[in-house]
Design a protein around this ligand. Structure first.
Ligand code: IDP
Ligand code: MG
Length: 196
């Protein structure tokens, strides 16, 4: 069984993060926490690559759409007016089509991060999907206030600087999708022995 400190996850600094010059800031937060970058590159993705990066199954569309619907209801905004539907899966599909547009407007910085429960640790450092809901101290909570209520009017994604794998299945799929095994490096950080 894999040790907790050997868990791996995929992070992308999205085009908004790269264009805003936040690559170093993002990487610094992972390194400071004691996580290890084991692969890193800049890529200008195709829409096909992004289409395969994000899931295309109903469960994912529904989870994205339900959260959007809940957010709108909490703000007393009519979800139907924005999306022309109240069906979570249909809302999720629209969000995915905006992702294909957005994630290809510029380069992204892709990296594999390894470390103690890396998937959940990185998600905590990244913060809530909607920057307006993300806690200060998290990447999304420190560098953005974007929100679905603004994004959806403009028919665009919420710009939230970083992508990070959400669970084990996403992490294995995404690492393989962005990196070949030869691009992933096995090395030891000098502080590993003293930290763990
Ligand atoms: P995550 O990036 O926090 O894992 P997901 O649910 O996987 O969030 O959604 C993928 C991406 O889709 C988000 O990072 C965000 O950019 C975008 N997104 C999610 N929900 C909405 C929405 O309601 N409106 C616009 N964009 C959204
Ligand atoms: Mg996700």
């Amino acid at each position: 069984m894999k040790k907790p400190k050997d868990e791996r996850t995929l992070v992308l600094v999205k085009p908004d993060g790269v264009i805003r010059g936040l690559v170093g800031e993002v990487i610094m937060r992972f390194e400071k926490r004691g996580l290890k970058i084991i692969a890193l590159k800049m890529v200008w993705p195709t829409s096909e690559h992004i289409n395969k990066h994000y899931p295309s199954h109903n469960e994912w569309f529904e989870s994205v759409g339900s959260r959007t619907k809940e957010f709108f209801q909490g703000k007393n905004i009519d979800v139907n007016e924005h999306f022309g539907t109240e069906n979570p899966a249909e809302i999720g599909k629209q969000v995915k089509s905006w992702l294909l547009d957005y994630m290809t407007v510029g380069p992204v910085v892709a990296m594999v991060i390894e470390g103690m429960h890396a998937i959940t640790t990185v998600r905590k450092l990244v913060g809530h999907t909607y920057p307006i809901e993300a806690l200060p101290g998290s990447i999304r909570g420190d560098f953005s206030v974007d929100t679905p209520s603004a994004a959806n009017v403009e028919k665009r994604v919420v710009k939230n600087i970083v992508h990070a794998s959400g669970n084990d299945a996403e992490a294995s799929h995404e690492i393989e999708h962005w990196f070949s095994p030869e691009e992933i490096n096995d090395y030891k950080r000098s502080d590993e022995d003293i930290m763990f």
